[in-house]
Design a protein. Structure first.
Length: 210
């Protein structure tokens, strides 16, 4: 089989290898950090099969959810329909290196926006994410702090920044934002071979001042 030549082909191929690539449950940090927020408009970057977007929609949010993979978005659409929230989730196929959703949002969430495929300018995308947060709104960025313990080479060649590095790369104006969370956390994950192991991630939650 030929190697994927662009980001969409790469991720479509990855998703096509699995009937379900993710658990179907929302990311734990999203639940922890947004449960106290009043529902409004949300932007979910790299939404995958839609679990985060659907969880938010069930809580009353109107969600714009983007992913580069058409395969992932087809699944997200089915899951949203099954959950009864398809009318609250706007799914958009976007290569964020080329285009970014218009408008401002009360919540912008980017979970595990890493890609081994060349051509994803992560720092630029996250700066665009910050710019899309409405006054009084929340920016939530969650990423891996290192490779999974069962596969030390899983992110070969991909820099996994700390929360402090992410914050610095956003180049936010002084006095415009409050840092509500910044640092590492551990979570339990099941390895492909069934072992239950602990993985370290990092999270950054910012609030844009009104």
């Amino acid at each position: 089989m030929d190697e994927p030549t662009n980001g969409q082909e790469f991720w479509d191929s990855r998703y096509a290898e699995h009937e379900h690539m993710w658990s179907g449950e929302p990311n734990a940090v999203l639940v922890e950090e947004t449960a106290d927020l009043d529902p409004g408009t949300a932007l979910d970057l790299g939404c995958g099969e839609g679990a985060d977007a659907i969880w938010l929609a069930r809580r009353g949010w109107r969600v714009t959810a983007t992913d580069i993979s058409a395969v992932a978005l087809e699944r997200a659409a089915r899951h949203a329909e099954h959950a009864g929230v398809a009318d609250r989730v706007d799914l958009q196929r976007r290569d964020l290196a080329e285009s970014f959703p218009e408008g401002s949002f009360d919540l912008v969430s980017a979970h595990f926006l890493h890609s081994p495929h060349e051509g994803m300018p992560r720092e630029e995308i996250l700066r665009a994410a910050a710019a899309a947060v409405a006054p009084g709104g929340t920016l939530l960025i969650v990423g891996h702090a290192g490779p999974p313990p069962w596969d030390p080479d899983a992110h070969g060649g991909v820099h996994l920044p700390t929360a402090d590095e992410v914050l610095a790369s956003l180049a936010l104006p002084d006095g415009d934002w409050d840092v509500l969370r910044s640092g590492e956390h551990e979570r339990v994950q099941t390895a492909p071979d069934g072992r239950v192991m602990t993985r370290t991630d990092n999270a950054l939650r910012l609030r844009r001042r009104p």
